[in-house]
Design a protein around this ligand. Sequence first.
Ligand code: NDP
Length: 315
Amino acid sequence: MKHVILQNGPLSPWLEEQLAARYEVLPLHKQADPQAFLREQGARIEGMATSGKAGAKAALLDALPNLRVISSFGVGYDAIDIDKVRARGIPVGYTPDVLNDCVADTAFALLMDVARGTSASDRFVRRGDWLKGNFPLTTRVSGKRLGIVGLGRIGRVIARRAAGFDMEIRYHNRRPVEGSGYAYEPTLAGLAAWCDFLVIIAAGGAGTRHLVDAQVLRALGPQGFLVNVARGSVVDERALVKALQERTIAGAGLDVFDDEPNVPPALFTLDNVVLLPHVASATNETRRAMGELTLSNLDAFFATGQVPVAIPHPA
Ligand code: NDP
C-alpha cells in the first residue's frame, strides 16, 4: 500500500512525477472544493509535499489529524505554521544549501543590473532611443561597499561573490557570526548608512517583518541601492515605493514582493528598479537538486521515521 500524501500547490514536473510513482498523491490545488475534499480525505493523509510559497497554514494542518511529516521544496519556511507543527511534533524537511549559488548569483545579477542599468539600457536600445543619443551614465559596482542583511548560508555566498568585485563587506544579523572575517554592524540603520548596496537575505516571517522600513531607507540615502532576494515581507513595500518614486534611494533590485504575483503598479514605470518574478533559485540544475532533496526527505521519513534535512526544532 502506498502512503497517502497531500500535494499543496504545484511543484516541479520532475518532482511531481517522482512523487506520483511512489505515493498516492492527492493534489489539493486541483480540487474544485478544497474544503469538502479535506473533510472527506483529510484523515487519510500521512504526509505533505509543499513549497516555500504554499507552506502549511494552521487551517490546513487542522484538517489533517494524522499528518506525520511535511517535506517542503524551498529553504524559507515562513509560510508554514511552525508553532503548530512543533506542538504536534511533525518533522519538516526543507532544501537548504543546494540553492545557495543560484540565489547568490541572482542577488548579484540584480545588483549589477540596477547599478549599471542593464535592463533599462536594453529597453533603451529596443525603443530605438540609441539613435537619438547616448544612455545616461550609471553607477560603478567594483570596489564599493556591500552591506549584507542576513549573513547565513546564502549571505556568505553573496559575500564570496562580492570579493570578486573587490567590494568591502559588512553585515547585520541579530548576532555576530564567529570567525566570519567580515565586520559586524550591530544596527541595520548603521549598516544602511555605511554601505552603497544593501542586500537583504535574512529569513522571512514575523521576526523580520518590515525590518527594512522608512528609517532604514533614509539611512541608505539617495546614492544607495537596495537588493531584496529574501522575502517581500522583510521590506516595508509602501515605504520602498515612495523612496523609489522620490529618489530618496538610488534604486532597487527586487525578486520578492509582499503579495506575489501582484507587484505594485507604481513600480512599472520607474527605471530605477529591476523586477524579477521570484526566480532566484529557478535554474534547471538547482530546481532539480531541490526536488531530489524534497523527495529524499519524504522517502527517508517513511523508511526510517527520520527526516535527514529538517528545519530546526528547538525543544
Ligand atoms: P539562513 O538561516 O542560513 O540565514 C538567515 C540569516 O538571517 C541568518 O544569518 C540570521 O542571523 C539572519 N536573521 C534572521 N532574523 C534576523 C533579524 N531579525 N535581523 C537580522 N538578521 C536576521 O538562511 P538561508 O541563507 O538559507 O536563506 C535565507 C532566506 O532567503 C530564506 O529564509 C528564504 O526566505 C530566502 N530565500 C529566497 C529565495 C528566492 O527565491 N528569492 C530562494 C532561497 C531563499 P541571526 O539568526 O543571527 O539573526
